[in-house]
Design a protein around this ligand. Structure first.
Ligand code: 9MR
Length: 746
């Protein structure tokens, strides 16, 4: 499927649904069959086949599918000339079987001609006995060139596919998507710290307080009390109570909380899960690496060939041209981390992600509760483990080396600036292993924002790697200085907002914050007056940089401010800097107190932003930093409590971290953790954060399920939903930093 950035579609796209959904009304009278001869009783007409050997067998169409093809669409069966009417709801159903078992068919309703848009797709895994499948969707378009197709390619071995009873019934009633939110008692499904806060949220219509019981794994009540009614919660549209069981401090596993006749999902009281999460969140980056084979012995189930290492069918990344007409050199920009579920590599997002991973380590060096050994050599099972360098630095180095390669070489126009990004010329489909990507890779024009990301992270790297690799530290610092000078000379070169084909735009027309952040990092590393002057003269130095949406790749001033507060320096007025972080934390503390789900996130107009789960975490980072600065337990408790929302205490009763919590996100949008589309591929590794609720639901799949969603409900754990359910290196960096902080409080 092509991935697109679309504006919100009209209401006509509303209400597609899959097997888990419920009819909203009874069937109408005008249901019209769109498929001809879906029964295959006497003939296969007018079905077409491509690269299969097909014939009628016992009233069904069976096809021998050859092995050795790469893509699903390399072998297929279909019917064209189908007309779809925009706003009409269709039920697409069929019966299918496969031998040997375990092969999948990609069943689509889409455009029969380029660009082959798909409006409904599903990829069920088939068994030998056969099963019936049914999906309902509403057409977002009028088309007389639609097709129904069954794509069966992509298997190494031959197999046999049989199909029957194909139907596309128009005019059926729309269906309403109902997420399965489990028990109404919402808890952190992973763990509460023994000495930490313990809160839960109860969804109930009751107006008056209700009794609750905390039960241990044997079912004995170990604590009890009363809920606090909180009324209507804006973030979810639910009536809720809160439950505080923080007085209970004994360790254990398998606790549940009971209230209003409901039993919560189980959870632990202990710190062990956070020590593991602190590792898994960083281990995530190894399997995001480009340019190196991923070793299966280090990540069982995740081994794969090197992606974009200059080996066909890849067209990159060892010698990548600019887009046509934009430069006349090529760069080796191999390595780095893939940004997200796509194969793109973006300096702005790579920069902030590397910063937050490095800052996790730097915090552990300077904070009173820091334990640098937690991420030390040998902790992350990397190829570099055992080299006497902390593993977290080895991992970040993989990205830093790439960022340095993105700098325009001496002698070229804009020398010293950084190319904004490198990615495929066109969006690729899912699933697609990095090593199978056949697209042309291209460098996009340098920008000031990318240049300052490079300056900031390379400067930070210079001070952190100095004890381990003096040559690299010196190289990084000189690249940072060069980038800074180039950014001053070209202070307003912005990425094109329309440059979103084949990769994200990551455009940002305000780089005052990137200048501030880069100056702060350069100052902290060098102590030089000119960088101090830039920091002190920046309008952002005294501004409130802690907004409700938190910091991210486009709002980077907080990165500078947090480091100026934490990393020792002689900056005049440093106490004011530290106080400003505490004032920011006070705002997040107030937000958390106002939220019955207890997260430090209350976006304006209740509009959850793209990647909201990492914004919750980044707001928690400000709380954590206020604790590091002041030692006041209210900030530590609030930071720790913020994890509850991420790990299940939320309206959907889901943990946004793969592998953590009884119900956790597992289908994040990714071209290679695409288990949902191809059973031979893995799910995302444990410790992968999903983007989370996003009120703008930019992708068609979310639009088909979530129209009209309220705040927290704007999320769906499906691989097609790239606007609510992607994985990304900057988001996992926020998880890295917070998981490490919480582990340190255990
Ligand atoms: O996280 C990014 C979000 O803040 C932007 O609004 C959005 C549109 O530009 O892009 C998001 O980042 C995506 C990037 O563009 C491409 N790789 C996947 C990223 C996560 O979805």
């Amino acid at each position: 499927m092509k991935r697109r950035r679309t504006a919100l579609l009209s209401l006509a796209t509303l209400l597609g649904a899959a097997l888990t959904t419920l009819p909203a009304q009874s069937a109408g009278a005008d249901e019209v069959e769109q498929v001809r001869n879906g029964g295959f009783d006497t003939t296969a007409d007018p079905w077409w086949t491509s690269n299969v050997t097909a014939g009628l067998t016992g009233g069904q169409l069976c096809a021998d599918v050859p092995g050795g093809t790469a893509n699903r669409w390399d072998s297929s069966i279909g019917q064209n000339d189908i007309t779809l009417v925009k706003g009409t709801t269709y039920r697409f159903s069929f019966r299918a079987s496969g031998v040997p078992e375990g092969h999948a068919v990609r069943a689509i309703v889409g455009l029969a001609v380029s660009p082959y848009d798909t409006w409904q797709e599903a990829t069920p895994v088939l068994d030998a006995a056969g099963d019936s499948y049914s999906y309902t969707f509403t057409s977002p378009v009028d088309s007389a060139q639609a097709q129904v197709a069954f794509q069966v390619g992509g298997s190494a071995d031959p197999w046999r596919f049989c199909l029957d009873d194909v139907s596309l019934l128009g005019g059926v009633p729309p269906v309403v998507y109902e997420p399965d939110t489990g028990p109404r008692v919402r808890v952190n499904q992973v763990a509460y710290l023994p000495a930490g806060p313990k809160n839960a949220t109860l969804v109930t219509d009751a107006a008056a307080k209700l009794p609750w019981q905390l039960k241990n794994s044997a079912g004995d009540t170990v604590a009890h009390g009363w809920s606090v009614p909180r009324g209507l919660d804006a973030s979810s549209g639910q009536n809720v109570h809160t439950i505080d069981f923080g007085a209970y401090r004994k360790r254990g596993a398998g606790f549940t909380l009971v209230a209003d006749g409901e039993t919560s999902r189980p959870f632990d009281i202990g710190a062990a899960a956070y020590e593991q999460l602190g590792l898994d969140a960083v281990k995530y980056y190894y399997t995001q690496r480009s340019g190196i084979a991923i070793r299966d012995d280090l990540r069982p189930g995740y081994g794969r060939a090197a992606g974009h290492a200059g080996v066909a069918p890849n067209l990159g990344d060892t010698s990548v041209p600019c887009r046509p007409g934009e430069c006349d050199y090529r760069l080796d920009v191999s390595g780095g981390w893939y940004d997200a579920g796509d194969h793109g590599k973006y300096v702005v997002n790579g920069g902030i992600a590397a910063w937050e991973v490095l800052s996790t380590y730097e915090r552990s060096l300077v904070a009173r509760t820091g334990h640098p050994s937690r991420l030390g050599d040998g902790t992350l099972a990397l190829p570099e483990s055992g080299n006497h360098v902390p593993d977290v630095l080895d991992e970040a180095r993989w990205e830093l080396d790439f960022l340095l390669k993105m700098q325009v070489p001496d002698g070229q126009p804009l020398a010293g600036m950084a190319h904004h990004k490198i990615h495929d010329a066109q969006w690729t489909g899912l699933p697609l292993l990095p090593s199978d990507d056949p697209q042309q890779r291209e460098l996009h024009l340098p920008t000031t924002a990318a240049t300052l990301n490079l300056a900031a992270t390379a400067a930070q790297a210079a001070r952190l790697y100095r004890p381990y690799d003096k040559a690299f530290a010196a190289k990084a610092l000189s690249a940072a200085r060069k980038a800074w000078t180039a950014a001053l000379a070209h202070p307003d070169v912005y990425a094109d907002a329309a440059d979103g084909t084949g990769g994200g735009a990551y455009n940002d027309d305000n780089v005052t914050d990137e200048f501030y952040w880069a100056a702060a990092e350069l100052y902290l590393t060098t102590g030089e007056q000119r960088f101090a002057d830039h920091v002190l003269n920046s309008p952002l130095h005294t501004a409130d940089v802690f907004g409700s949406n938190g910091f991210d790749w486009s709002r980077t001033a907080a990165a500078g401010r947090l480091d100026l507060a934490l990393v020792p320096s002689k900056l005049p007025g440093r106490d004011d800097v530290r106080r400003s972080v505490v004032r920011g934390a006070d705002k997040y503390l107030a937000a958390l107190a106002s939220q019955p789900y207890g997260m430090p996130y209350a976006p304006e107009g209740n509009r959850y932003d793209w990647g909201s789960s990492h914004q919750v975490l980044n707001n928690a980072v400000v709380l954590a930093t206020a604790y590091d600065v002041t030692g006041a337990s209210k900030y530590r408790d609030a930071a720790v409590q913020s994890m509850d929302y991420i790990l299940g205490r939320n309206a959907l009763n889901i943990s946004y971290v793969t592998g953590y919590g009884e119900a956790n996100a597992q289908h994040q949008h990714s071209r290679w953790y695409a288990h949902q589309l191809d059973p031979k591929l893995p799910s995302p590794p444990a410790g992968t954060l999903a983007g989370g609720a996003n009120s703008s639901i930019q992708d068609p799949y979310a639009q088909s399920k979530l129209q009209g969603c309220v705040g927290q409900f704007c999320y769906i754990d499906d691989i097609q939903s790239w606007s609510t359910n992607e994985t990304a290196i900057n988001w996992n960096a926020a998880l890295t930093r917070m998981a490490s902080f919480v582990a340190d409080q255990g």
